[in-house]
Design a protein around this ligand. Structure first.
Ligand SMILES: Cc1ncc(CO)c(N)n1
Length: 228
């Protein structure tokens, strides 16, 4: 059987994704030693991120060439907005973060750059760009979640167990697998130079994922504190 496009992508990003598992923020979640203030910063920034991330699914649905692809994007949009974001709101409230506070979050430099890049790629290309833009997000979180779930007591930790459970869950694994299936379907019959472009989007978003962990670890917003 011919190699799937997702296998080719995975071989390319695997070394990069393994660096996530070595990142102090991700390790802190898995080992249960993470500073709560860092996690709260992450939760707020991630909420704002999820709003723009959802928008990519809507763009994908609008650009889909067939009903099956359109339905998958609609399901991903629904799953993110009604399941992942709902869990996020509930989870944030256990850290004393209200819905109003989540919504009022000013996106950091990293979140602004990351979501602008994804939106630009999704808007300037066809449906294949929309799926390439979200692939690393869903897939790498599932990759991290499933790995951390094997670490001793990580899934039972009183603060961070919920995060590990959420991203290793069957529901989230299905969401990630739907994205993988979509990219394979969309890649079929495409010439290599187009596949290379899609692969590049997945690599760039994988770098942005690393930057997101860094942003959370450093509680960073913008490099220069504005006085205006
Ligand atoms: C930054 C980021 N990437 C991916 C996901 C998975 O949905 C998330 N919640 N946040």
């Amino acid at each position: 059987m011919a190699q799937k496009f997702s296998d080719r992508i995975f071989n390319r990003v695997k070394p990069l994704w393994h660096t996530y598992l070595e990142h102090p923020f991700v390790k802190g979640i898995g080992e249960g030693t993470l500073d709560v203030e860092k996690f709260k910063h992450y939760m707020k920034q991630d909420y704002i991120y999820l709003v723009e991330y959802s928008r990519i699914f809507a763009i994908g649905a609008a650009k889909a060439h067939n009903l099956k692809t359109m339905t998958t994007f609609a399901n991903l949009l629904h799953g993110t907005m009604n399941i992942e974001m709902d869990l996020h709101r509930e989870y944030a409230s256990t850290f004393g973060i209200s819905n109003d506070e989540l919504e009022a979050t000013e996106p950091s430099a990293t979140v602004t750059a990351y979501t602008s890049y994804m939106l630009n790629k999704a808007q300037s290309g066809g449906v294949e760009n929309a799926i390439a833009a979200v692939l690393a997000c869903a897939w790498s979180y599932n990759f991290i979640g499933k790995e951390l779930a094997t670490w001793p007591n990580a899934a039972e930790h009183e603060l961070y167990g919920n995060w590990v459970q959420m991203y290793s869950s069957e529901e989230f694994s299905k969401l990630a697998n739907d994205c993988i299936e979509l990219i394979n379907e969309i890649a079929e019959g495409k010439p290599d130079h187009e596949l290379k472009e899609l692969e590049e989007i997945v690599v760039k978003t994988s770098y942005f994922e690393y930057m997101f962990w860094d942003m959370a670890e450093n509680k960073s917003t913008w490099p220069i504190k504005s006085t205006v």
